[in-house]
Ligand binder design. Structure first.
Ligand code: FAD
Length: 149
């Protein structure tokens, strides 16, 4: 509840939160394309990312941890613009909310008010930590970038 309150206060003092980076680090994010489509469809090859994205379309909801992992994958692994991910979440989430959605996306992207810009959630490690079945990725690994943690 504190985060919700914080995000709404942030949005009140910074109304452009959905479109303008609160603390820009001059990232040159990528845009629309096949990688974005694969992320939206749950076809990245990373099971924990794909499960979250498919749940979003089937249930219109995702657990907070899945939101963090899928958002981190979009901005830190695919290096695509967080605004594209935020717009997709807002379109599908039952609890979609401009202030909470945008502030959380900016936090993940490293442009937010209280952010740790170098934090990257490794989808392999997150899958191992969060699932008893552990790692069963299809590993087509279209993203194929090296993970830092
Ligand atoms: C990328 C991303 C996008 C998000 N988009 C939204 C959104 O559009 N709307 C939305 O309401 N929340 C959003 N959240 C926050 C969070 O995921 C949801 O509030 C949470 O999943 C709700 O689940 P719950 O009710 O089981 O809450 P619990 O995890 O049980 O938490 C209890 C309450 O605390 C608040 N809360 C918990 N975590 C957060 C958080 N990170 N930010 C703000 N409030 C929080 C919520 O009011 C929640 O109902 C987003 C998080 C991320 C990482």
């Amino acid at each position: 509840m504190c985060w919700r309150d914080f995000n709404h206060q942030l949005n009140r003092s910074f109304p452009a939160i959905a479109s303008v980076e609160y603390r820009s680090r001059a990232d040159r994010w990528g845009g629309h394309g096949e990688e974005l489509a694969a992320w939206k469809d749950g076809r990245t090859g990373y099971s924990v990312v794909d499960a979250g994205m498919r749940q979003l379309r089937q249930e219109w909801w995702m657990h907070n941890r899945a939101r963090l992992v899928t958002a981190s994958f979009l901005v830190k692994d695919l290096y695509l613009d967080w605004r594209l991910g935020a717009a997709h979440f807002l379109e599908w989430l039952l609890d979609g909310d401009i202030a909470n959605n945008s502030a959380n996306w900016q936090w993940v992207a490293g442009t937010g008010a209280h952010t740790r810009p170098y934090r990257v959630l490794n989808p392999m490690r997150q899958a191992a930590l969060r699932s008893r079945r552990g790692l069963r990725p299809a590993l087509r690994a279209r993203a194929g970038r090296a993970h830092r943690h």
